[in-house]
Structures are given as structure tokens and as C-alpha cells.
Design a protein around this ligand. Structure first.
Ligand code: URA
Length: 442
């Protein structure tokens, strides 16, 4: 086999066999296929696409390029959850404890944030003492003891994807549905859970800007998961509005705890109940409706918050800050941001909100940047809210008050204010499962 011929074949729009795909991925991972040939191949995929068979084979080849985690030492049904990335997305810290409080096993690996998006691991690292790096044995022991553990990606998970993603990033081939689907699913398959709930974001702050593209991506990922023998459901959710009101690491943990106490913002609470219900449904705890009721009860009874406390304790963190979030360290300075106009919020550019938070020190501009865990933003006004003179639209938090000027300008630029109240938008647009596509209006 020659890489040249396989590039030609894809360029001609023909279907590659599983052997050919394994040849490409194996050769590239071992360094036998150079970057310039792989870039030509990814560009051919970008223009000609891939069949569902090819996409599934590409995913399996990438998943098997490194460690395949065997979660069998953990008893019970293990369900994973993945979000395609967003601003203010603290759902993992909420849905994991809700599902675990109902007996679902959560053995989750999460990522760090980069650029305008945050990462669950950075948020958890804001809890004093919390360990996001555990040995495999300690990870399994935590899940067996408490039902849930969330750690950073460890071991050698899908090295082919790591290399390929870096190449796509500099060759303008990120936004290809088969390449995104295989990249995400290769890591999920390698992480070993029996079922996966995917939160596919759509809108200005997301990879997929249109609903049609998001549905296509969701279908591709569900198809891969089911072909690989993992129960998979995708929910397409809105990213035209940051989730909840808090952006920034400890601020988001505090908001997640509020949701688990039944006192969180409605948008975040509702989406978390729906995602957790889908996780429990995949774990065969009942119909989706029954699982929603179980999710609500886990919040009302305090069982879900208790589960988060158990997880934090088992992973070496200080449970007192979860029991009473006033004990979290606070930023030294805060500053209110006022709008220049009156009216209604007609749009919020979520990406710009994420950038403003990063400018305050809450995110990483480069992989090496140090994070300030207490920096960030509380949004007081969201899509559809009325703005009255004298009311702040947001409050900024930082340990260095010279950071406020640029962040304030960026955040103000993220808000569009109009005279008329805009129509409400759904939080979740559609659900894709093995049974097909269902439009939602949640
Ligand atoms: N996230 C991933 O892990 N891979 C992609 O290609 C896009 C988003």
C-alpha cells in the first residue's frame, strides 16, 4: 500500500477499506507517514467526506492507536458524558453526581480549557486539595467506593488523534464532520464506558454554528458509538448564550453546587436534569420521563450534593468548600460592568464572554498559561433580559485590577441590546439516538 494512492483514492471520492484506514492511522502514529501527506489526506476528507463505515473505521483505528481503558474492575453500568465545548459549561460537575446518586457509575476523564473555552479539570482544580491526577487503581477505587470520579486524561489515550488534531489545527481542517466525530469518539471509546451521552453545542460559541451541521455531527457520533457497541445519545444544546451565569473556575464550582442545592439558574438546572436523565436512561433505570423524575428527586433530597461531597473527599479535596461555598477563596477585586444603552439583550457572543474571562486570568491564552482560579465573570443579564440604567450587566472578578479595562471592553462588545424583547430560544433543539432524530423544544 502507498499513502500516495490512498490520498488519490479519497481525492476521487472513493470509499477506503478498513485495512487502508488502519494503514494510514498506524503509519501516521508511528511517524512513517509524514505530515505533508497526512495534510493532503485530511484536506481530501474535508472536501469529499467519508461514508459512515469509513468514519467508524477511522474512529476505531484512532481509538486503538493507544491505551484502551478496561473499566471492568468497576461494577455496574458505566456512563460517560461529553460536551463539544462551551463557555460557562459546568454540566459534568452536576450531571455526574446526579446520575451517580441514582447508582450509575461515572468513571470520567475530562480535559483542560484552552482559549475561550473552560475545562472541567481546571474547575475541579479550583477545589483546595482536589487531585485530578490519580493512578488507574486509585481511580477505580474511588468509583467503586463513591460511584463517581473525574480525573484528567491519563495514559496514552488515542495518540493518533493528538497528532492529527494538532495537524488539523494548522491546516484549516478542524471543521470537517467525519474528522470531528472520529476525534471525539476515538477518545470516548478508549475511555471505556458502556454508554455515552454527547452534548453537542450549536450557535455562536460552538464549533458547529448551524443546527443542521450540529445534527449531522450528532448523527455521525451516535452512529460510531452504536457501531462500536456503546449505547450513545446526543443532545443538541444552545451555545448562543453562556450556560448559567458564572464563567471562571471556582465561580463555576459554586454555581454547580447551587444547582445541586436546587437554587441554581433555571437554564443550567433544566439542561442538567435532561442530560442526567439521558445518562440514567442509557443505564436502563427507566423511561426518559422516569429518569427525569429521578434526577429531580436526587436534587430535592440532597443526594446529588452529597455525592459531590463524597467525590471531592475521595479525591483528596476539601469538602467544607462544597458544604459551604462561602469558604472558597475570593478574588481580591471586583468591578461592575454597565451597558451603554437601555433595552433588551438580543444576543450574547459567548466566545467573547469566554475571552473576557480569560483576560481576567480565568483561562489559558497558551497551553503554558497559569490559571487564576477565583477570577471570572458573573453575568447579571442574559438573553431576553431587560436592561435598566444603573443596573450592571455583569460583575468581573480578578486578583489584578489592571486586567479589568480590556476584559470590560470585550464583555461589553459581546452584548447586543435592542429595543424589542426577543423571542425565547430553546435550551435543547434535538435529540439523536439509535431510534433516530427527535426535535425538542425545551
Ligand atoms: N473536540 C475534539 O476532541 N476534536 C475535534 O476535532 C473537535 C473538538
Amino acid at each position: 500500500m502507498r499513502m500516495y494512492d490512498l490520498i488519490q483514492k479519497k481525492k476521487d471520492g472513493l470509499e477506503l477499506t478498513s485495512e487502508e484506514i488502519e494503514f494510514i492511522i498506524g503509519g501516521y502514529t508511528r511517524g512513517e507517514i509524514p505530515d505533508y501527506q497526512m495534510s493532503a489526506f485530511t484536506m481530501a476528507v474535508y472536501f469529499k467526506g467519508m461514508t459512515p463505515e469509513e468514519t467508524a473505521n477511522l474512529t476505531l483505528a484512532m481509538a486503538h492507536s493507544g491505551d484502551m481503558i478496561d473499566l471492568s474492575p468497576i461494577e455496574g453500568i458505566k456512563i460517560d458524558k461529553h460536551s463539544t465545548g462551551g463557555v460557562g459549561d459546568k454540566t459534568s460537575m452536576i450531571v455526574g453526581p446526579i446520575a451517580a446518586a441514582n447508582g450509575v457509575k461515572i468513571a470520567k476523564m475530562s480535559g483542560k480549557g484552552l482559549g475561550h473555552t473552560g475545562g472541567t479539570i481546571d474547575k475541579l482544580d479550583s477545589i483546595p486539595g482536589f487531585k485530578t491526577v490519580l493512578s488507574e487503581k486509585a481511580f477505580f477505587d474511588c468509583v467503586n467506593k463513591t460511584g463517581i470520579a473525574i480525573i484528567g486524561q491519563s495514559g496514552d489515550i488515542a495518540p493518533a488523534d493528538k497528532k492529527l488534531y494538532a495537524l488539523r489545527d494548522v491546516t484549516a481542517t478542524i471543521d470537517s464532520i467525519p474528522l470531528i466525530a472520529s476525534s471525539i469518539m476515538s477518545k470516548k471509546l478508549a475511555a471505556g464506558s458502556n454508554g455515552i451521552v454527547l452534548d453537542v453545542k450549536t450557535g455562536s460559541g460552538a464549533f458547529m454554528k448551524t443546527l443542521d451541521d450540529s445534527i449531522e455531527l450528532a448523527k455521525a457520533m451516535v452512529d460510531i458509538g452504536e457501531k462500536a457497541g456503546r449505547r450513545t445519545t446526543a443532545i443538541i444544546t444552545d451555545m448562543d448564550n453562556p450556560l448559567g451565569n458564572a464563567i471562571g473556575n471556582s465561580l463555576e464550582v459554586i454555581e454547580a453546587v447551587k444547582v445541586l442545592e436546587g437554587k441554581g439558574p433555571a437554564d443550567l438546572t433544566n439542561i442538567c436534569i435532561y442530560l442526567a436523565a439521558n445518562m440514567m436512561h442509557l443505564a436502563e433505570l427507566g423511561t426518559l420521563e422516569e429518569c427525569k423524575e429521578l434526577a429531580v428527586k436526587a436534587i430535592e433530597s440532597g443526594a446529588a450534593k452529597q455525592k459531590l461531597i463524597e467525590m471531592v473527599t475521595a479525591q483528596g479535596g476539601d469538602p467544607e468548600v462544597i458544604k459551604d461555598t462561602n469558604k472558597f477563596k475570593k478574588a481580591r477585586f471586583h468591578k461592575d460592568v454597565f451597558a451603554d444603552a437601555e433595552g433588551y439583550v438580543t444576543h450574547i457572543n459567548t466566545e467573547q464572554c469566554g475571552i473576557a474571562s480569560m483576560l481576567l486570568g480565568a483561562g489559558r491564552e497558551t497551553k503554558e498559561s497559569q490559571i487564576n482560579y477565583q477570577a471570572g465573570i458573573i453575568l447579571n443579564k442574559k438573553y431576553g433580559d431587560e436592561i435598566i440604567t444603573g443596573e450592571p450587566i455583569a460583575t468581573l472578578y480578578a486578583d489584578d485590577n489592571t486586567l479589568f479595562a480590556r476584559a470590560e471592553e470585550t464583555l461589553k462588545g459581546a452584548y447586543k441590546i435592542g429595543a424589542a424583547k426577543p423571542d425565547p430560544v430553546p435550551l435543547a433543539y434535538a435529540r439523536v439516538s439509535k431510534d433516530g432524530l427527535e426535535y425538542l423544544n425545551k
